[in-house]
Design a binder for this molecule. Sequence first.
Ligand SMILES: [Fe+2]
Length: 271
Amino acid sequence: MLDLSSLAGYPLKFDPATVGLSFGSAMRMPQYSTRELDALRPVLLDSDATGPEVIYWMFRNTGMPQDAGLYEAHHLRYDISAFQPCMLGREYMKTSGHYHPMIPGTRYAYPEVYEVLHGEALYIMQSVDDYAASPDDVVVTDVILCRVQAGQKIVMPPGYGHVTVNTLDEPLLMSNWVSSRFSSFYGTTEAARGFAWYVVDNEGQPEYLENPNYRRGVPEMRWAEVREVPELGLAWDVPMYQACAGAPERFEFLNKPWAYEELIWANLDLQ
Ligand SMILES: [Fe+2]
């Protein structure tokens, strides 16, 4: 068992051998759900891929009892997700990929912020012209890829759907703060069999394959690195849980992104 408490900012242990989590006894008991291989098949390059039955675990609305008010008072929720190190056919383990809805009365969708707690994440972020359009019609307007190491934080900008990929031979653990006001949706993801690019193994190295189901083509991927944005509570030496629990007003950008657009994009150093 690894003690990740100082990195996570609350009592948390993690067993990389079993991908098992142990929350401190004082903590609110999180609800959890699993994503199973069969549920992922519609978005895989190879829908017949074999792999573990459970690909990842999602623990919703975790935290210390004294921070339970953040959900109601600031509309913020802290989740943790744990991912297997596994291949899904030629593809590295990945999440289903989803979009967030528009914030009512605005032209902004809800953003989200992730922190890697163990391993390394590869995020694929993509924007489209019309969430409801079929793969024949949808135009993918941008694709950004970014690798994030333990302790680093990354904002999924408003309007960008996101997939998390684990290209390492060890489990990935990550957390997120996100608005408690919405539910994610898949948009065209399942009809298109995934996002615009697949990440596959080529003799031990990641290779990127265009998804041919987007009939109008896909844009070249842009690579980014993450930068600290202390104004948004995103510094590498401060656990994101504590940053928000201690100053939830700094995470207002998750519910009012239009007021923080420059700072949100300052987190991504586009190459
Ligand atoms: Fe999300």
